[in-house]
Design a protein around this ligand. Structure first.
Ligand SMILES: *Cc1c(COP(=O)(O)O)cnc(C)c1O
Length: 382
């Protein structure tokens, strides 16, 4: 058995778990679904309540940087995902940002009617894509599988939420471009978990979540990436916060320059303040060290589960095809997850038979993985 204490001693990211407020006795393997509370979040939000909202009131829009928050936080997220400067805006849910990205991509490919989706991707992605196809109503439809000559846009989750498989962004983006289509990536299970290089990959659009690996809190704002070459498109959700001069209250719509035009309504300032703390923590960690720790932890967990016997594993053994979670299968998955929770190990059950464990290197110690394996052995029963 690997010496987990030694790995913890040598871990270059060892200081990070202490920066999170986790209940004692809990091994939290659900940070890919709702990241835990960073200790710095409470004072940051308290300061905003007391000093900005509580004292400066409406003057805070300019004086305390509220107007600038979506682009400021977007810029920080952009550094995590390898985006060009000025190509990410934070705000709105992932679902809403998907609508914005798909609508923009479809507008850039008039005459093409297909949205190519990956079977089994996160449901909201397919629901939103289907909703847009119905709204356009000009023969637009979803297509499963590889793109073809009628495909306007390829929509794919980068790390599969059910299996933890990471899709090859460079190759799939090139495949979309080869048939004249655009690529929209959903980074919900990638940002803050795996190295990303959107600009280098040639990605056209991307969206993602703030409350998973970015630890921005429940319902944290998501984000939208638009490659600079596509930022001239007129947004379908043409809101006043994407207007060139919102406070001119003009009757006609004139989009702001650049990524700012993808703002829609009044930004969620409290949510952005919490998200900014989580993003800052992720930026403070060395991404190469984070990836190494993630893979080492998931390998230990997968090998440990295999040694127990009785579990299937959906997560690829090949580290290059693995995100930052481990998904086991077992006919009694739901009952086992319940017993794990009673032992203080939190993961989640995904029907019909999946036990999903998020591997969050910023918030976990190697010995947590050891404890989770010991509890898994116990929870599995005889
Ligand atoms: C979590 C997740 C979402 C969630 O979307 P919301 O609009 O924030 O509810 C979307 N897509 C993927 C791939 C996810 O994993």
């Amino acid at each position: 058995m690997t010496d987990l204490d030694a790995l913890d001693r040598d871990d270059p990211l060892a200081a990070f778990p202490e920066r999170f407020d986790l209940p004692s006795g809990v091994v939290y393997l659900d940070g890919n679904s709702l990241g835990p509370l960073p200790r710095a979040t409470r004072p940051a939000v308290d300061a905003l309540l007391a000093g900005a909202w509580g004292r400066d009131l409406i003057a805070s829009w300019e004086g305390n940087g509220w107007m600038a928050a979506p682009l400021r936080v977007g810029e920080a997220i952009g550094r995590l995902i390898g985006a060009e400067t000025g190509s990410v805006i934070a705000g709105d849910s992932t679902s809403i940002n998907l609508f914005k990205a798909l609508a923009a991509a479809l507008a850039l490919r008039p005459g093409r009617t297909e949205i190519a989706v990956v079977a089994d991707d996160f449901p909201t992605d397919h629901y939103i894509a289907g909703g847009i196809a119905g709204l356009l109503g000009r023969g637009h439809r979803l297509r499963a599988g590889a793109p073809g000559p009628e495909t306007a846009v390829v929509l794919a989750g980068h790390v599969d939420f059910r299996t933890g498989r990471m899709r090859p962004m460079v190759a799939l983006t090139a495949e979309a471009h080869a048939v004249g289509a655009l690529a929209v990536w959903d980074l919900s299970h990638s940002t803050g978990a795996v190295p990303l290089a959107l600009a280098a990959a040639g990605a056209d659009f991307a969206v993602g979540c703030g409350y998973k690996f970015l630890n921005g809190g429940p319902g944290a704002p998501g984000y939208l990436y638009v490659a600079p070459r596509h930022q001239g498109v007129v947004p379908a959700l043409a809101g006043w916060m994407g207007h060139a001069a919102p406070f001119a209250f003009a009757s006609g719509y004139a989009p702001a320059q650049g990524i700012a035009r993808f703002g829609v309504g009044t930004p969620p300032i409290l949510g952005l303040a919490a998200l900014e703390v989580g993003v800052g923590l992720a930026l403070a960690a060395d991404m190469a060290a984070l990836r190494e720790k993630s893979l080492r932890m998931s390998t230990i967990f997968m090998e440990g589960a295999a040694a127990l016997g009785g579990f299937g594993c959906l997560t690829p053994a090949d580290p290059d095809a693995r995100g930052s979670q481990v998904c086991l299968t077992h006919p009694e998955a739901a009952a086992i997850m319940g017993r794990l929770a009673a032992l203080g190990v939190v993961g989640d059950f995904r029907p019909p038979d999946i036990l999903r464990f998020g591997i969050t290197p910023l918030t976990l110690r190697y010995r947590d993985i050891g404890r989770a394996l010991a509890c898994l052995a116990q929870a599995r029963g005889e």
